[in-house]
Design a protein around this ligand. Structure first.
Ligand code: FES
Ligand code: FES
Length: 170
C-alpha cells in the first residue's frame, strides 16, 4: 500500500518497497533536498534533525532523519532546512545564528536550526518565564553535537530570540 507525506509543502508518494527507507536517504536521493546533513548516521549527533508533524498530531516535534523510516511518517508534514527561510528572508533564528557567529563549518547548523524552530514554535503559545529559558533551551538543543564547539553561541542566539518572543507576548 502506498502512502503520502508532505515535505516543505510538496506531497510525495511512497510505495511499499520504500517504507523501510530512512527519511534522510529519501530527502537526499528522491526529494533532492540535501540541506539535511548526515554525520554520525546512528541517531547520536542530531545533525540530521527535521521538524515533523505526524498525522493526527496538533504539535510539531524534532526528528532525526537518519534513523526514521518512512513507514513511521504516513501522512506526516515534514519541514527541512530548505523550508525555513521565506524567499531571501531568513527566519529569526537563522539570522540570530549568523549575528552571534554561532557556527564555523556549518555542518551541524541545519539540525540546530530545525530543533530551534520547533522550540520557538512551541514557545509562541507556552506559558514560560524568562527564568525557565536556560533549562528549556538546554532541553531543546543540548543533545546536538557541534564539532566546531559553537555551543555557547548557539545557546546565546536561541536565548536572544526566545527572550524577544517572551517580551512581545508580555
Ligand atoms: S546523522 Fe542523524 S543523529 Fe547523527
Ligand atoms: S559549526 Fe562545525 S560542526 Fe558545528
Amino acid at each position: 500500500m502506498s502512502f503520502s507525506l508532505t515535505i516543505n509543502g510538496t506531497t510525495h508518494r511512497v510505495n511499499e518497497a520504500q517504507a523501510g527507507t530512512r527519511l534522510l536517504d529519501f530527502l537526499h536521493d528522491t526529494a533532492n533536498l540535501t540541506g539535511t546533513k548526515r554525520c554520525c548516521g546512528i541517531g547520536i549527533c542530531r545533525a540530521c534533525t527535521v521538524a515533523v508533524q505526524k498525522a493526527g498530531n496538533g504539535f510539531t516535534e524534532p526528528m532525526i532523519a537518519c534513523s526514521t523510516p518512512l513507514a513511521l511518517l504516513k501522512g506526516a508534514r515534514i519541514t527541512t532546512i530548505e523550508g525555513v527561510a521565506t524567499g531571501d528572508r531568513l527566519s529569526a533564528i537563522q539570522q540570530a545564528f549568523l549575528d552571534h557567529f554561532a557556527f564555523q563549518c556549518g555542518y551541524c547548523t541545519p539540525g540546530f536550526v530545525m530543533a530551534s524552530e520547533v522550540f520557538l514554535d512551541w514557545l509562541k503559545t507556552a506559558s514560560v518565564t524568562e527564568a525557565e529559558l536556560d533549562a528549556l533551551i538546554e532541553n531543546a538543543i543540548g543533545d546536538h553535537i557541534c564539532r566546531c564547539t559553537g555551543y555557547i553561541r548557539y545557546y546565546e542566539a536561541l536565548k536572544a530570540v526566545s527572550r524577544k518572543m517572551l517580551e512581545a507576548k508580555a
